[in-house]
Design a protein. Sequence first.
Length: 362
Amino acid sequence: MNTEFDIIVIGAGIAGASVAAHLAETRRTAICEMEDRPGYHTTGRSAAAYEPNYGPPPILALTRAAGAHFRQGGFLTPRETLFFAPESQEEAFERLMAIQKGMVEIPIAAAKEKFPPLRDGYARRAVLDGGTADIDVDLLHQSYLKLFRQRGGEIHCDHAVTALERNGGWTVHTKGKTLRAQIIVDAAGAWGDAVAEMAGRKRIGLQPKRRSMAVVQGPENQDFMSWPLVGDVGETWYCKPQSGKLLISPADATPVDPHDAYADDLTLAEGIARFEEAVDYAVTRVERSWGGLRSFAPDGCPVVGYDARVDGFFWLIGQGGYGIQSSPALSRLAAALVMGQAPPADIMDEGLVLADISPERF
């Protein structure tokens, strides 16, 4: 393997893999990944949903701009999303309706036809999003890694970065070797601030937050795999059919340090209880559970762009819980900015404001 590159991307999750695939088309590009396989911490633990009405304004723009890639690549399987507003969540419902595109409020009776276990009296209002879908996350991630390799990119797994030095370029020390490049792209997920500190940068204030997920059996004698993704607009629970089971999450966002996340049993139990308040269906057993990390900048928006020192350090962190659904657009945007090119017009046409994601806002 080579040791001299134009660009080194730190992190092989969906953010790092996708931007590296674009950069490798014209630049010698390497990825350094601390785990023995790409996408271990977050990408491989996604709820795998395409939700173009979910997230802060920059994410809405990026997710909507990503739609064409998802559809053309065969990465989506249509699945509607149905949100309920119990009595205490009227304000959250109005906030959602103020930013949405293509969602339709439907009668509770119509909602129950789509989601039969809905408990009578639980929801005051319901809104349907017919433009959502399941994402084949592994297919998407592997497609970027394959393209990266086809373009001559090199991926170094089990090579955690231990030090970064600036000396006319960047020297990247890993536990296994030393590499050099003119540009570093920090796509290290929950470890993004730690990588930045190695480079002598000021921390953004990135906060990893744990999300827990339970896998349970669906109700017998019901076609639950055809159900929409369902949840409350206040984001205290959601449920999604997947692979012949039901995924139930308390939609938790518990601040944690970067680590190999695991589900919190108490939090899971509370989320399942909130789910059971909404349905005429009792969860009798959790078959398995897992936890994932979703990392947020202080304002909840991604951090994308060169550091203010303008010395070849590029931030690509803080995607929150939206990294998969925004990745096709975010990677094209980030690659253009790394190369000093104009941002893609189709992304800007969705209303993206670059200042809202620039590291200079901190």
